[in-house]
Ligand binder design. Structure first.
Ligand code: GAL
Length: 444
C-alpha cells in the first residue's frame, strides 16, 4: 500500500506544480467576436509607419545573402522589387498611405562592396532617398544591419568572430555622419535573435549552419556590436535616438499539463527573449558580461509576429508547420494569428523602462483575406496598451509591399501593396486601404 501513497504524493506534487505554472504564466486569449476592433483610439502624437529592408526590395545586391542563394540553390532575390531604380515612385506609395515615418535599411554591401572601398554613388542615392522622404513630410528611420552584409565580411567569419565586430562598428561610425544631420531615428541591428538562430542553428539563413552553440555565440557578438555602435553614434550625435529591433516570439507550452513542455518553454523564452533583455538591462548574457550593452538603447524596437507552441520535439526547420490552438487562425507562414501575444511581448520589454517602437508587425497573406483583421486586432491591442500607460510610440507595418521573404523567397507576400514581379506594378490591397483610413482618421 505504501507505493500507492508514494504515487499519490507524486501525482499531487506534479499537478500542484503544473497548476501553479498555469496560474503564474497564463496563455491569454481574447474573445475577438465580442471586441470591436473598428474603434481604435491612438494619441495624436502616435507615429504611423511601414517598414522594409534593403535586400528584400532593392534588387541586384551582392552580399552574404546572394552568395547563400547561389550556393544553396535557393530562390534568387534577383531584381526583388527593383526599388533601387523605382524608389521615387515607391515614396509616392508612402504618401498615398499617409504614413508619417518609414523604416528602411541601408545596404552595407553597396556602400562598402570591398573592404575599405567606399561607394560614394550609393551613399548619394541613400542621401537622396532621405531628402525625398523629408520633403514629403515622412520621417526616416534607418536600420544599419538588416540580415545582409558584404561578402568580404562574411568570408572573414562575419559576426561569428569577435574580432570582426570592429569592421561593423567602423562602417556604422563612418556612414552615420552622412545622414545624421537629417535622420534622428536609428536601429543598429535587426533581430539579433532571428539572425543568429536562423543562420547558425536552423541553417535557413546564411551561413546555413546547424549548431545551437554557434548561434548563441553569434547572438552575443551581435549584441556586443550593437552596444559598441550605440556608444559611437551617441558620441557623434548625442541627440540621435538609437535602439535596435528585437523580435519577441512568445513561447508557450503546447500541452499545458506537461512539465517537459514547460521546461522547453522556459529554456526557449530565455534563449530567445530573456538573454537579450538581460544584456540590455544588466549587461549580462548567457552568464557572460557584456558591460557596454547595458543601457545601450534609447528605445526598444518590437518586431512581433506570433507565439510558438513548444515541446521538446520542436521542428528544427520552419518548413514544418508549427502547432496551433484549435480556435486559432493559421496564417500562410504557418503562424497562429495571436495578437494577444503583442501585449505579452511588451511585458518583456517593459523591464527596460524605455520607449517601445513597434518596428515590425504583419502577416503573409497573398489573398489579403486575413490582413485587415490581423492589422486591426494588433492595433487594438496596441491602443489598449497605450491606454493602460505603456509607452508605445509608433507602429511600422511589415511591409509596404510584397518582397523577397528570405528563406521563403517570393512565395510569402507581406505587402500592403501587391507586387506583380513580371512588370513591377504595385497595387494597393484592401488591407492597405484599411490602414490608410485608420491613419487618416487619426491624423485629422
Ligand atoms: C522579420 C524580418 C523581416 C521580414 C519579416 C517577415 O523577422 O525582420 O525582414 O522578413 O520577418 O517574416
Amino acid at each position: 500500500m505504501q507505493w500507492l501513497l508514494v504515487i499519490g504524493i507524486i501525482v499531487l506534487l506534479y499537478s500542484s506544480l503544473v497548476g501553479l505554472l498555469n496560474i503564474l504564466f497564463p496563455e491569454k486569449h481574447l474573445d475577438w467576436d465580442n471586441i470591436n476592433t473598428d474603434v481604435l483610439n491612438f494619441p495624436e502624437t502616435f507615429t504611423w509607419g511601414v517598414a522594409t529592408a534593403a535586400h528584400q526590395i532593392e534588387g541586384h545586391n551582392v552580399n552574404n545573402w546572394t552568395q547563400f542563394e547561389d550556393r544553396e540553390n535557393k530562390e534568387s532575390s534577383g531584381s526583388a522589387c527593383d526599388h533601387w531604380n523605382r524608389w521615387q515612385d515607391d515614396h509616392n506609395l508612402l504618401v498615398e498611405l499617409g504614413v508619417s515615418s518609414y523604416r528602411f535599411s541601408i545596404e552595407w554591401s553597396r556602400i562598402e562592396p570591398n573592404q575599405g572601398d567606399w561607394n560614394e554613388d550609393a551613399i548619394q542615392v541613400y542621401s537622396d532617398m532621405i531628402d525625398s522622404l523629408i520633403s514629403k513630410g515622412i520621417e526616416p528611420m534607418i536600420t544599419l544591419h538588416h540580415f545582409s552584409h558584404p561578402i568580404w565580411f562574411e568570408e572573414k567569419g562575419g559576426f561569428y568572430q569577435q574580432q570582426n565586430i570592429s569592421y561593423f562598428v567602423d562602417y556604422c561610425s563612418r556612414i552615420f555622419p552622412y545622414f545624421s544631420d537629417r535622420v534622428n531615428k536609428w536601429c543598429t541591428v535587426n533581430e539579433p535573435d532571428v539572425f543568429s538562430i536562423m543562420g547558425y542553428h536552423m541553417g535557413m539563413f546564411p551561413p546555413g549552419l546547424r549548431s545551437p552553440l554557434k548561434a548563441i555565440r553569434v547572438m552575443k557578438n551581435v549584441m556586443v556590436a550593437h552596444g559598441e555602435v550605440y556608444h559611437r553614434l551617441k558620441h557623434l550625435n548625442p541627440n540621435s535616438y538609437v535602439g535596435l529591433a528585437k523580435n519577441v516570439t512568445i513561447f508557450d507550452p503546447y500541452r499545458r499539463w506537461n512539465l517537459l513542455h514547460w521546461l522547453t518553454t522556459f529554456a526557449l523564452n530565455y534563449i530567445w527573449n530573456g538573454a537579450i533583455i538581460s544584456a540590455l538591462s544588466r549587461g549580462k548574457m548567457y552568464g557572460k558580461s557584456v558591460t557596454k550593452v547595458k543601457n545601450s538603447a534609447d528605445f526598444i524596437g518590437l518586431n512581433y509576429y506570433t507565439h510558438v507552441l513548444t515541446s521538446p520535439f520542436l521542428p528544427q526547420t520552419t518548413e514544418i508547420d508549427l502547432p496551433s490552438r484549435s480556435h486559432e487562425t493559421v496564417t500562410e507562414f504557418g503562424y497562429p494569428m495571436y495578437a494577444e501575444g503583442l501585449e505579452r511581448a511588451t511585458k518583456w520589454l517593459n523591464k527596460l523602462a524605455i520607449p517601445i517602437e513597434i518596428t515590425e508587425n504583419g502577416v503573409a497573406d497573398g489573398e489579403d483575406s486575413l490582413r485587415p483583421t490581423h492589422l486591426k486586432r494588433h492595433l487594438w491591442v496596441i491602443a489598449d496598451l497605450i491606454a493602460k500607460g505603456v509607452d508605445i510610440r509608433s507602429y511600422y507595418h511589415w511591409s509596404l509591399m510584397d518582397n523577397f521573404e528570405w528563406a521563403e523567397g517570393y512565395s510569402m507576400r507581406f505587402g500592403l501593396y501587391h507586387v506583380d514581379y513580371e512588370n513591377q506594378q504595385r497595387t494597393l490591397r484592401n488591407s492597405g486601404k484599411t490602414y490608410q483610413q485608420i491613419i487618416s482618421r487619426h491624423n485629422k
